[in-house]
Write a protein that binds this ligand. Sequence first.
Ligand SMILES: Nc1nc2c(c(=O)[nH]1)N[C@H]1C(S)=C(S)[C@@H](COP(=O)(O)OP(=O)(O)OC[C@H]3O[C@@H](n4cnc5c(=O)[nH]c(N)nc54)[C@H](O)[C@@H]3O)O[C@H]1N2
Ligand SMILES: Nc1nc2c(c(=O)[nH]1)N[C@H]1C(S)=C(S)[C@@H](COP(=O)(O)OP(=O)(O)OC[C@H]3O[C@@H](n4cnc5c(=O)[nH]c(N)nc54)[C@H](O)[C@@H]3O)O[C@H]1N2
Ligand code: SF4
Ligand SMILES: [Mo]
Length: 738
Amino acid sequence: MAKLPVSVDKLIQDFGPHKNYTPKDGFEGTHEPDKLVKTHCCFCGMQCGIQLKVKDNTIAGFEPWMEFPFNEGRLCPKGVQRYLQNNHPDRIMEPLQRVEGKGFEPIDWDTAMGRTVDEIKRIQGKYGNDAFAMLSGVSLTNEKSYMIGKFARVALKTANLDYNGRLCMVSAGAGNKKAFGLDRISNSWADLKHAEVIIIAGTNVSETFPTLTHYIWQARDNGAKLIVVDPRVTPIARTADLHLPVKPGTDSALFGAILKILVDNDWLDHDFIENHTSGFDQAIDAVKDFDLDWAEAKTGVPQEKIMQAATMWGKAKTSFLLHARGIEHHTKGVDNVLSCINIVLATGRIGKPYCGYGTITGQGNGQGGREHGHKCDQLPGNRDITNPEHRKYIADVWGIEESEMPGKGLSAYELVEAIHRGEVKGLITICFNPLVSLPNNNFVREALEKLEYFVAIDFFLNETARHADVILASSLHEEEEGTVTTAEGRVVKINAAITPPNNARRDGEIIMDLAKRLGAGDKFNYENSEAIFNELRVASKGGTADYFGITYEKIEKNMGVFWPCPSEDHPGTPRLWEDKKFRTPDGKAHFNPVPWKESSEVVDKEYPVVLTTGRVVSQYLSGTQTRRIGKLVDQYPEPLLEIHPKLAYHYGIKERELVKVVTRRGEAEFPAQLVETIREDTVFIPYHWGGKQSANQLTIGTLDPISKIPEFKVCACKLVPTKKWAGPANESPAYQSF
Ligand SMILES: Nc1nc2c(c(=O)[nH]1)N[C@H]1C(S)=C(S)[C@@H](COP(=O)(O)OP(=O)(O)OC[C@H]3O[C@@H](n4cnc5c(=O)[nH]c(N)nc54)[C@H](O)[C@@H]3O)O[C@H]1N2
Ligand SMILES: Nc1nc2c(c(=O)[nH]1)N[C@H]1C(S)=C(S)[C@@H](COP(=O)(O)OP(=O)(O)OC[C@H]3O[C@@H](n4cnc5c(=O)[nH]c(N)nc54)[C@H](O)[C@@H]3O)O[C@H]1N2
Ligand code: SF4
Ligand SMILES: [Mo]
């Protein structure tokens, strides 16, 4: 059996942005595969169908899966190259433990698991159960998400479980629950093609959900008008009928102003408002002063454009509004979402063909993973952990007393703050790289260093795992069967193509083994993934995210089933709300008042430039996976600072010159990329890198009070050119705009 080097310091050194890798055999195309396995991409929420070519228990390539209805064979650069992770030389193939001063050394499973369980018991015995926490991720299947929720509450007996969706969809989830009582996009993508007007707010769809753009093009071919709201002229914005270059953090002013215009012009669906909604008067009262002058001053969008957008939306008969992290990663993320929902409800364009609204879910299983108990305040079926009836129902499914079920725990960033304060002493992470992905990561690093015991479950040594005491060698997406729920609410099947190599184990087996060693083995006795799914179906029954009627067989037969699906004879629900029976207590859709609020940190003389962060097409999240795939690295090898030429001129910054970006949290240097596609007062940095290249050294750890999402999309920075320049600073027009 291949052994890892005693020390993996070398691996750590090599773990950088330039690590190129192509499979040594190059056997793609030269050997016939043993089999083709139909499954889905391991990356974003589109969950494109793909067929993996298997040769000798290795993924040797892929074939398009033409029949899968969403993507019909189309894939983006990440999907095409995901198979290169398999057989990668960095793969962790057996458990590792850290030896001070030496790096990591391989250990056997029994020692790794034994040590972990001893430490859990020691820490919980000394400091209480909640002093041992767990952070999880939604690249994991529904089965694993469900099992981890149960594991944390039943085996680890801690309240402190949260997940990386906390950095992702929670503002949208909270907004959707407030407005509709349910957290899912309203329509399947098929409805997008026939909408008359489409608003895309705060999402760079062509780079982040590339296969979805096909649906937008089709809508355009059918005559749809496209409005894009983004501080950057993103690729999709270049093809839009109208681009609104909003200043980061001001979307609620924009959508509030649009609501006011809809009211002033009576572009309203009075019947829908009267019979199916509540709260309209309060919502319009909150925007009564949002006139065009004010809105232009706040948002930086010329008032003619705001008027044009409102007119296009107001006069349309069918429409779709989509948003993603651009409006959600804010301390007013929930408010921004509600301000979008208000214009959808005012025009009654929901629950009808070609009329839709929703967030575009980010991670592969960002939808399903946020429904079945991963969250610190939630139980399966999107139940509420503070609701006595919900607790009782799930306690019965799990075979425990309701009184044994822990309560609401801390959210992801709050958990790190609790570690920093010394209140939480032990941590398990699975499928999460908080040191790269959480804001203000110098603070996160300090917290990690205070842990008494930290165990990471991963297949690559990510930046956070380098601080672990023990690493448990786990499985890639293609090594375990299960289901995921796509961004449109379609539950699809992930099929295992190969088994984990060498001494690596499936995530599911690791969790079950830990549960057994913690004395809860009888509650984690699953024969296979289907057995977990069948328990999940019962646990979700009657909840808003009801999967009871979904079976593995039905998924395979129909290439996916849309939840809610309450009984086996139910066909699933691609389009919500046709019956107008919203899942709120009064059965109505709720308008919510959204008064104006500033972002947590606004620019000033000392920090005069707005910093925003996000993604590029070839890299994925914290980059652990895509920074190891040579061709994706070639496409975008290092983080660049996008800056408008006028702002660059003001500081004397030239193309590719290093610029020091300084915030109140930290500083870092990035080569400048001069682009006319960004606002003159804003710079953008992609966040897929760690260490000195991490954008999250700069971002701010303030949270939305409701969703607890961090404000990744706006903070104040100053730029310090690293080359001296003698140019006339005050000449720059950009200077005027601060
Ligand atoms: N290539 C790639 N694709 C991905 C991912 C990835 O890492 N790489 N990750 C997946 C995941 S988990 C997610 S969450 C999604 C994210 O998908 P997106 O939300 O599309 O991606 P981001 O780049 O985070 O942000 C989108 C846009 O928000 C804009 N923006 C910044 N501030 C504001 C603001 O205040 N208002 C408005 N209106 N716009 C603003 C940015 O300019 C950017 O173009 O992508 C998924 N797909
Ligand atoms: N500045 C800034 N920061 C951001 C964002 C931003 O826009 N700007 N976006 C935020 C968003 S939307 C998100 S979703 C987060 C994501 O942040 P993270 O969730 O931390 O990012 P990932 O790269 O997905 O980290 C997941 C880890 O899980 C591992 N992994 C993947 N699949 C599996 C699996 O099946 N099993 C196991 N055991 N491990 C697995 C990977 O190897 C990787 O090490 O980042 C957030 N951070
Ligand atoms: S669009 Fe998303 S799911 Fe489809 S291939 Fe690209 S990363 Fe994978
Ligand atoms: Mo995300």
